[in-house]
Design a protein around this ligand. Sequence first.
Ligand SMILES: Nc1ncnc2c1ncn2[C@@H]1O[C@H](COP(=O)(O)OP(=O)(O)OP(=O)(O)O)[C@@H](O)[C@H]1O
Ligand SMILES: [Mg+2]
Length: 240
Amino acid sequence: MLEAISLSISFGKLKAVDNFSMSIERGEVRALIGPNGAGKTTMVNLVTGVLKPDAGKVIMDGYNLSKLPTHKRIKLGLARTYQIPKPYYNLTVLENMLVSSHYGAGLKGEEALSNAIESLKFVGIYSLADKLAKELNSEQQKLLDFARALATRPKYLLIDEIGAGLGVAEQEELARKIRGLGKEGYGIIYIGHLMKMVKEVSDFVTVMNEGKKIFEGTYSEAVNNEEIIKIYLGESYAKS
Ligand SMILES: Nc1ncnc2c1ncn2[C@@H]1O[C@H](COP(=O)(O)OP(=O)(O)OP(=O)(O)O)[C@@H](O)[C@H]1O
Ligand SMILES: [Mg+2]
């Protein structure tokens, strides 16, 4: 189990994440939604050790990660994608993947290569393997980021917004793949604004607003909850 326990962080007077708790089991995909600025990405940064919380802790499979730097958390099986990906722009897609295979998954030689290729094929960007990362469009860069996270062979994966620039059919396929990863035994937190993808990815939803958890339950309970409709989904969603 991956547990974020009572995490808090303030930026000046803003409580970006405020006593927020959430946990996932391996084999479970859970969506985390909420309006812009709710604190979702900040929460990912706290869980992965990019930011240090003012209070709270992160426990993975019973092990307290709170004092570990990000690269050690990755080695232990925690991966994430970035809302704004940062590949090595002057390396090829495959070279980017090999970095994850080597340093994240600890693989060498042929094994590192086949692991990299497997993740590229899974995500559907193997045809881009020889392109430089800087030649990819923003959506392809997000898919590369997803592939890189998978190539570290994580137990838990935090996905921060992928799919936004894709067509509807591609979004559905991506969402199905993410759900499938859950069935394979990954524990996944999926952050997204596209409710179609959220619905496809997970039956369970956690809703965040102003740094706090305001709801946890099924997708259908969430989209019928008046408070959630008011603060996030809006009138247009309620009527659609
Ligand atoms: N490093 C920082 N310094 C100051 N304020 C920050 C910093 N990072 C985030 N914030 C603020 O914290 C709040 C939460 O931001 P965050 O990026 O976590 O929201 P989010 O839920 O991911 O939003 P979105 O859906 O737009 O991605 C916002 O008000 C944001 O401006
Ligand atoms: Mg965000």
